[in-house]
Ligand binder design. Structure first.
Ligand code: XMP
Length: 307
């Protein structure tokens, strides 16, 4: 089945782009990665993939994206480190929707600059069916749907627009993408910035990045396959004891949910020993953190992300 799909989409992209150039925002997530590889098969070096390092990526993510897409797949990859710019724009901002809006706007600005440099004619997007079906009634403003095409005034190509997530994963596998990509948990566009409650600073993001890596690592080691597993920096300090000394440190919340499509979700009954291991590692490996809580709330009423 995928052979035909690939052949058809590759043909369509090739024909549409012709002698022009196309650009894609590559995040390393399964959707944009799959769209990028499909487009690369179709038009090779005429595809310019742009990876914007917002400063809110997961641990080792920028390195992984460069290694995979530039070194291994040979994509024409533009790596843009815009982290200083994102942190500067978010200085002093604490309101969740304002954070999302700013991140979305800066992302578009950065991407627009590259698109102009490249002199692109087409925009390739990894939009999948739920993105455009759900984007109308959204509770939160998602920065990865809608914003880019309107502003850029480029021809839009969406090779995955009729697919659902599980189909994209199959296709990604078929295209030879690494398992780390096709089996990966969803990760929000605004990244770790919405997992640091309150102000987003490089130091606070660094704390949640480490905690998040520990959560992902222990969930994987335990052989669990939740929809998502992550850490959130609450911005609440609590009292603890270290040796004979009173300490006053940050609190991390751990969220692990099961879901089919992200629209509703249940808190996962993660075995207690796994949770304890996570708490132990976070408090011993991250000096700023003194307490770890497990979020037992379903969606609804709580959303999956905290902001
Ligand atoms: P919520 O928090 O609304 O999240 O329950 C539902 C699913 O969407 C993901 N999410 C996002 N994905 N851009 C994305 O691509 C975003 O801005 C965004 N915000 C939330 C979230 O991780 C969950 O899987």
């Amino acid at each position: 089945m995928w052979e035909n799909f690939i052949e058809e989409k590759v043909g369509e992209i090739r024909e549409t782009v012709g002698d022009g150039k196309a650009i894609i925002a590559l995040s390393g997530g399964v959707d944009s990665s799959t769209a990028a590889i499909l487009a690369h098969r179709a038009i090779g070096g005429k595809l310019h993939a742009v990876f914007v390092n917002t400063g809110f990526m997961r641990k080792n993510e920028p390195e992984f994206v460069v290694k995979t897409f530039h070194d291994e797949f040979g994509l024409n990859l533009h790596y843009v480190d815009a982290s200083d710019r994102f942190f500067a724009e978010l200085k002093g901002v604490t309101e969740p929707e304002e954070k999302r809006r700013i991140i979305g706007r800066v992302f578009i600005e950065v991407f627009e600059e590259v698109a102009k440099d490249v002199d692109a004619d087409f925009l390739i997007q990894g939009t999948i069916a739920p993105d455009w079906i759900e984007s109308r009634g959204r509770i939160k403003s998602h920065h990865n749907v809608g914003g880019l095409p309107e502003k850029l005034n480029l021809g839009l190509i969406e090779p995955l627009r009729d697919l659902y997530k599980d189909e994209v994963r199959e296709l990604a596998r078929e295209l030879g993408l690494p398992e780390k990509i096709y089996n990966r948990m969803p990760f929000p566009g605004p990244g770790l910035a919405i997992r640091v409650l309150g102000e987003v600073t490089p130091k606070r993001v660094a704390v949640v990045r480490e905690a998040n890596a520990i959560v992902e690592d222990e969930i994987e080691r335990a052989g669990l396959e939740p929809w998502q597993a992550f850490a959130v920096l609450l911005g609440v300090r609590t009292v603890g004891v270290q040796g004979d000394i009173r300490v006053y440190k940050e609190t991390i919340a751990v969220r692990v949910v099961e879901s089919l499509d992200g629209m509703t979700a249940n808190a996962m009954a993660v075995p207690f020993n796994v949770l304890q291991k996570i708490a132990f590692r976070i408090t011993s490996e991250i000096p700023q953190v003194g307490r770890v809580l497990y979020d037992i709330t379903n969606k609804p009423p709580a959303t999956i992300e905290f902001e």
